[in-house]
Design a protein around this ligand. Sequence first.
Ligand code: GDP
Length: 197
Amino acid sequence: IFAGPIQFLKSAPSLDHLPSPDVPEIAFAGRSNVGKSSLLNALTGRTSLARTSVTPGRTQELNFFDIGQPLKLRLVDMPGYGFAKAPKDMVRKWRYLVNDYLRGRQVLKRTLVLIDSRHGIKDVDREVFEMLDKAATSYRIVLTKTDKIKATELDAVYAAVGDEVRKRPAAHPDVISTSSEKGMGIAELRAAVIESI
Ligand code: GDP
């Protein structure tokens, strides 16, 4: 699937702009600066599929990318969350957009929630887990930037994150460790994406 051409399909600032639901979708979510754009680029082998963020938390749109030929998979880049200086109405807009998408999207197969391995799970991530659990939509945790911490620290955060997500009803029990920079865990992530569609 990932060897085929990739096409930016569209941006949806609201639900009436969603593409027609005819292809399975995998969504990517995470705090601003978690490394989401880098991971999408590493996953697809592109250098500029998703733009790395200039102004964190600015983009409030769902971005859709079609992958594979014939089209069999769509990647959905969700707007980053947890930007400290985000105005309240922006946070509210994010919640409405994402919640409506999560609850209503039949073709959404799984959401990958990215967690910076240096920081672990924050309360703002837990709020997102809560949304996903309540929407009863499957999600899985992906640790990012694992090249930035020592192996012993990674073991500890991997165990702690795993313990926490295994208490969550809609979360996949296994966590994936990645580094877009070093290419670690990317093959496993690809396999996990394909497995979930
Ligand atoms: P986004 O805001 O979630 O899309 O995050 P970006 O992909 O723009 O990444 C934020 C910052 O983290 C950038 O400076 C990236 O170069 C850096 N970054 C992303 N992934 C990695 C990684 O795997 N390792 C390292 N060392 N840095 C990374």
